[in-house]
Design a protein around this ligand. Structure first.
Ligand code: 4AD
Ligand code: MG
Length: 480
């Protein structure tokens, strides 16, 4: 093994019969023929397909290693590409040398050649990327990340890194994970004394803790959104975007929520809600087009094996302009049906996933944007409409996923912002720098946030958001 090896994807696409190549990867299956040679299906993660390798019995060491070439073992193989007699692939590899890098005990290796449930695979998140499904998800996720950067870079947006540790709660929903070193100083170690005693001792110590003694001198948390900091750069440098992990301690154990997820947030100065909605639509369509173009085999796999409507849904999104309706119209539509809702809605209530999905999947049957939500259910930073009741918020809804994007025009008028901070029970002194942006050269601006994992649910047809992020964090789960 020299480190000089070809990737299977490239060989299957353009490898020339007659050339000598080396490949390395993991065995999916091995079949031995009666004539004394073996077929190995080798996968190296570069694409869905395996490379078929033919190993004749006269290859050096054949008899010594072939029995250990089991599903999951790792190999380096050198040989010559041959035209494949089968119709499935252009080329196969005729081995001249084979090196067994690592065995995988057939009795205990968890990924045998059968279908495993996604629940089971979640328990072995260290091995699941070796399956077809999780390999395809990883490649599509990679493609989407590239597409996101490309979309904004080609439009002149500046990539800004916003902090992960922050002292402001952007969404004001109290869903922050606290970051502290105060607990390090607690004297009671768990297990040191009996559970009841230690918790009593703990709580008496906790009651004396003071945030001013903490590492940052005030209460700090993991960010729920990079928006507020993105606004700083957008109102200095022009359009920006931030793309990073965000954290929410919401205890909603659903197939659409993670405690740690990736969010991309563009922020544009001199932009109103219409411009924001247009960008969101162009953005989603571009990501879909790129995935269909660049990951055709993986997307075909999702359509055949995971969800039969994936490609149809995506093409439907590409073909339609996003239907735009106000929150008020949305509530009218929802209340006009005679359906029994788990959460009945009246004007002023939050729309629930069941309502969002009804609108996009059944009523309009296409992607849509709901705008102008009641100000009482939205965060302090959204631009207040003249009606005194609504704010310039928007949510993009798509079939099977529901809300995929949330955004708004921002309140750039200092006096209105101050009223909103007060309405939301927030201390305006805590937001002194955010207010400064309105005191000095304020401009209308707008932005949105797309959850990367929600986008992947849409693209892959996977049902559970835990399966489209490598290492999901959800209530009671952070094993890997
Ligand atoms: O609607 P949200 O809460 O909006 C914001 O955070 C704004 N600050 C964004 C902005 O205007 N810059 O979240 C935005 C998106 C949602 O539409 C959803 O796709 C995703 O983030 N999201 C989640 N994804 C997975 N798990 C969760 N717990 C999520 N919460 C939000
Ligand atoms: Mg939202």
């Amino acid at each position: 093994m020299s480190g000089q090896f070809s990737r299977v994807a490239a060989l299957l696409l353009e490898g020339q019969p007659g050339t000598s190549v080396s490949v390395s990867g993991w065995v999916r299956t091995r079949r031995d023929s009666k004539q004394g040679f073996s077929f190995i299906e080798l996968n190296d993660g570069s694409c869905m397909a395996n490379l078929q390798v033919v190993v004749d019995a006269d290859v050096p060491g054949y008899a010594d290693v072939i029995h250990d070439v089991t599903t999951g073992s790792s190999l380096s193989i050198t040989g010559e590409l041959k035209e494949s007699p089968g119709a499935k692939q252009r080329v196969e590899l005729q081995a001249s040398s084979i090196e067994l890098l690592g065995t995988a005990d057939a009795e205990s290796y968890p990924l045998q050649k059968k279908r495993h449930s996604f629940e089971f695979l979640r328990e072995i998140a260290h091995l699941r990327p070796r399956t077809n499904t999780f390999g395809a998800i990883a490649r599509v996720r990679n493609c989407v990340c590239y597409s996101i950067h490309n979309f904004f870079q080609t439009r002149g947006f500046l990539n800004v890194q916003t902090p992960i540790i922050t002292t402001s709660d952007c969404e004001g929903a109290g869903e922050m994970f606290t970051v502290t070193t105060l607990l390090n100083e607690l004297r009671v170690e768990s297990g040191e004394s009996r559970a009841g005693e230690s918790s009593e001792a703990l709580s008496s110590q906790l009651s004396t803790l003071n945030w001013t003694d903490d590492f940052f001198g005030k209460r700090a948390s993991l960010t729920v959104s990079g928006q507020l900091e993105a606004e700083i750069y957008a109102t200095s440098l022009g359009p920006v975007y931030t793309f990073g992990p965000t954290f929410r301690a919401e205890n909603s154990n659903t197939a659409r929520h993670l405690a740690e997820f990736w969010m991309v947030e563009p922020e544009m100065p001199f932009c109103d809600l219409d411009g924001d909605m247009q960008l969101a639509e162009d953005f989603i369509k571009t990501i879909i087009r790129d995935a269909l173009d660049q990951c055709a085999d993986d997307m075909e796999f999702f359509n055949q094996r995971i969800e039969k409507t994936v490609l149809e849904t995506l093409n439907n999104i590409l073909e339609h302009e996003f239907k735009r309706i106000s929150y008020t119209e949305a509530v009218d539509i929802i209340t006009a049906t005679d359906r029994k809702w788990e959460y009945p809605v009246t004007w002023g209530d939050n729309l629930q996933a069941e309502h969002e999905r009804y609108l996009t999947e059944e009523h309009f049957k296409q992607p849509m944007i709901v705008f102008d939500y009641p100000r009482s259910i939205k965060p302090f930073y959204m631009y207040c409409n003249d009606d005194g009741k609504t704010v310039r918020a928007m949510d993009v809804l798509v079939p099977r996923v529901g809300e995929i994007i949330g955004g708004s025009q921002r309140e750039h008028r200092l006096d209105v912002l101050d009223t909103r901070l007060q309405e939301c029970g927030l201390d305006s002194e805590e937001y002194w720098w955010y207010r400064d942006l309105r005191r000095y050269g304020t401009v209308p601006h707008a932005g949105f946030g797309l959850g990367l994992e929600r986008m992947l649910l849409l693209l892959t047809g996977m049902q559970n958001i835990r399966d489209v992020i490598p290492f999901p964090r959800t209530p009671k789960h952070a094993e890997f």
